[in-house]
Design a binder for this molecule. Structure first.
Ligand code: D41
Length: 727
């Protein structure tokens, strides 16, 4: 004990305690009641532990209303309270994000079981730890009768109506299941569903809808959906489920399914129709647990959903019983966490970045922070509206989220209640500059668009740089070694003005001296002479070694043999991605045919809709773009050309589709046009003859009718797949 402790808490410590109480209560309210957390979990945990530390040191400070005395989520008043037949346990967490987290767990269990080094490795099941909310599903005589949140583990909220809307949860189980069966698992929202939901919310807000908000992360969106009072709204929030355990089961295992391991339990749940994660694995001993942690950690970003760690469970149910519990935590399981995907940091500045197509993106420059396994110093604010809606300002403390392959983003400002009282007044609200920060050209925001764009085109150095990087990337024409540093140097030094200059390095300076055009100069020189000039030009750049210069010259030569799809994609025509470029190349066979195609002809291509067709026409109608293509060809870029191969069979011929609700990107007319172009028909009402119903947001009775009649329902993504002839 510290000598100071004998005298009790100081005034400063008392004040800190009051502040911690208030702050943690406020955070907990926003987290549990509003589903709108104000700080990252990691920050909440830090403050919570600080309070626990104070209370441990000065027991006289511990009061019944302390935030530390409330375990888990408090049940909400709006929903009926239900007592869990068997308490829902919580799970011990191991925050050490090294392999030692798994090793410690294994060593502890071996000690508790009295095993020595001579005994065999323990048998485990390793599961991903879904970042959602725990749910208990009660089935009586095979029928779902109740779904309840975990609450405090003893009492939860009855949310059966909302849970019934989750397609993955069986409402009825096969014959022969135990008369009473409680299945426990995690309700979560997939990342794509989360993005779609937030996009829809943003559109509603933009359209002036009151009381709508966006969600900070998939978990909060899932929690919000589960606790949505209106089941019709809950039904529009696509949720998923994953089963990981059991509650009450009667008759007990005897006479019922006789599993003796956790793995058998999971397989049985699967056979009854519950989703069980395919990532679950059996593991022997600490080594395999460590390997699982690393393996799942490596996959984390590419999974379709958030996980915050993995869970290890002793496989043998006999051993589980022997190990038992400490308070509410089983000794036989542990959650091994990954680095947090949300952290807080401060905004040092808000810059505006210029993209390849001139799009201006506000980017928050941050004090470096470790999020989701990497150090982040930049986070996107998407566009002006988003930056203003979130009201992010220089100096603010913000939550940064990095999950999946997406760019880190600022999700929200840490609300002022938790800001220190000495905090200086906030900076000014963000406004988009009226002109491009790089080239000073006018920045415009077109009607109905969220983004401002620089109107400088290739006059804008930022756009030029991005265009070059896009052209030279691996998926396009691929010039190995041409990274952003070199592009910066080449453009800033005036060596490259246009795309073809990439293949005429050093020619601008020389043409100027000789008073000829670069085209004329190029035509006059031999390949060896051209490469020599390029090499000298590269070597004249700062920090450019002889060898790297040679490598670049070689990479440029190599890139000249390309393919039509790579070349088309590399041109950076708006809305023409890799897939579209491939379709264009397949359909037309030759570049000239693509360049000359009318909008109507372009619309015949599988991947091409009105927006893409227009964009292609606009691009090739501009003389300077056609000139770029000609010059690149003159520089020796070539690719095999083929014969046109329009689609033989139309993917939707003979099919009748019905549209309902609002689709995320196509409007009604566009969807109709695309379906008809693919040989399909669009009808106004659903009948047995309907082939498919395409449903978007706020789909109503037509969707219900489709379900009644068993007509397959597609979302927009699936429709697009079909239009492309991929299904
Ligand atoms: O994926 C999860 N979030 C997950 C949660 C999981 N894979 N397994 C879990 N296992 C348990 C025990 C060991 C108690 C059956 C859990 C949870 N519990 C849990 N989730 C929330 C509180 C407890």
């Amino acid at each position: 004990m510290n000598t100071a402790d004998l005298f009790g808490p100081s005034a400063l410590e008392r004040a800190r305690l009051v502040w911690l109480h208030n702050t943690l209560h406020a955070h907990a309210h926003r987290y549990y009641v509003l589903d709108e957390p104000s700080v990252p979990d990691a920050e909440y945990d830090r403050l919570f532990h600080e309070l626990q530390g104070l209370e441990l040191r000065y027991p006289e400070l511990l009061t019944a209303d302390s935030p530390t005395q409330r375990v888990g989520g408090r049940a909400l008043a709006q929903f009926a309270q239900v007592r869990h037949a068997l308490p829902m346990l919580s799970i011990r967490t191991e925050t050490d994000t090294q392999g030692s987290g798994a090793e410690n767990f294994d060593a502890r269990l071996r000690r508790e079981l009295g095993l020595t080094e001579l005994d065999a490795p323990l048998d485990y099941v390793a599961e991903p730890k879904f970042d959602g909310l725990a749910m208990s599903l009660r089935y009586e005589k095979g029928v779902l009768v109740q779904a309840a949140t975990r609450g405090d583990g003893e009492m939860g909220e009855e949310v059966t109506q909302n849970i019934r809307t989750i397609g993955q949860i069986p409402l009825r189980l096969p014959l022969g299941v135990p008369a009473v069966l409680e299945v426990r698992g995690e309700v979560y929202m997939r990342r794509d569903d989360f993005e779609t939901l937030n996009q829809r919310q943003r559109e509603k807000i933009a359209a002036g809808a009151k009381g709508e908000k966006t969600f900070v992360n998939p978990r909060n969106a899932a929690a919000g959906a589960v606790r949505q009072l209106d089941p019709a709204i809950a039904a529009q929030r696509p949720l998923s489920f994953f089963a990981y355990g059991l509650g009450e089961i009667t008759p007990a295992l005897k006479g019922g399914p006789d599993f003796v391991t956790h793995l058998e339990l999971l397989l049985t749940l699967k056979s009854w129709g519950f989703p069980v994660s395919t990532l679950v694995q059996q593991a022997h001993g600490a080594t395999e647990l460590v390997a699982f942690y690393a393996d799942i950690g490596a996959q984390r970003d590419s999974l379709g959903f958030d996980i915050d760690g993995v869970v290890y469970k002793v496989n043998s149910l006999v051993l589980q019983r022997r190990l038992g519990f400490v308070t509410r935590e089983p000794r036989w399981a542990v959650a091994h966490k990954f680095p947090a995907q949300e952290m807080q940091t401060t905004v040092l500045a808000i810059d505006v970045q210029v993209g390849r197509t001139g799009k201006l993106t506000p980017v928050a420059k941050l004090a470096p922070v470790f999020v989701g396994g990497v150090t982040v110093t930049n986070a996107t604010l998407h566009n002006e509206d988003e930056a203003r809606r979130k009201d992010v300002r220089v100096g603010d403390t913000v939550i940064v989220r990095r999950a999946g392959d997406v760019i880190p983003e600022v999700v929200s400002v840490v609300f002022p209640e938790s800001a220190s009282p000495e905090a200086p007044p906030r900076g000014a609200m963000f406004t988009m500059p009226g002109s491009c920060p790089v080239c000073n050209s006018l920045a415009v925001r077109e009607e109905g668009e969220a983004d401002y764009r620089c109107t400088g085109g290739l006059y804008c150095r930022a756009q030029r740089k991005q265009a070059l990087l896009h052209f030279a990337q691996r998926r396009a024409v691929e010039v190995e070694g041409l990274g952003d540093k070199l592009v910066d140097q080449l453009v800033d030094a005036g060596v490259i003005h246009t795309l073809p200059d990439l293949y005429r390095l050093g020619f601008r300076a020389m043409a100027e001296i000789e008073q000829v055009t670069t085209d004329a100069l190029y035509a006059r020189l031999s390949d060896t002479e051209r490469q020599h000039i390029a090499l000298e030009q590269l070597k004249s750049l700062e920090r450019m070694a002889q060898l790297s210069a040679q490598n670049i010259v070689q990479a440029l030569e190599k890139s000249k043999q390309t393919t039509l799809p790579r070349f088309l994609f590399g041109l950076g025509i708006r809305h023409v991605g890799e897939a579209t470029a491939k379709e264009l190349a397949r359909h037309f066979g030759k570049l000239d045919a693509v360049m000359q195609a009318s909008e109507a002809q372009l619309l015949e291509v599988a991947d091409v809709g009105p927006i893409v067709a227009k964009s292609l026409r606009t691009f090739f109608d501009q003389a300077h773009n056609r000139e770029v293509v000609e010059q690149l060809r003159a520089c020796g870029l070539s690719w095999p050309e083929g014969d046109p191969a329009p689609l033989a069979v139309q993917p939707l011929s003979g099919k009748t589709l019905v549209l309902t609700g609002t689709l995320p990107s196509l409007d009604r007319e566009q969807a109709k046009a695309r379906i008809e172009a693919a040989g399909g028909k669009v009808a106004g009402s659903v009948s047995k003859k309907t082939s498919f119903v395409v449903a978007g947001a706020e789909a109503g009775s037509k969707l219900e009718k489709a379900r009644e009649l068993g007509v397959p329902v597609l979302d927009e993504a699936e429709l697009l797949e079909m239009l492309n002839g991929r299904v």
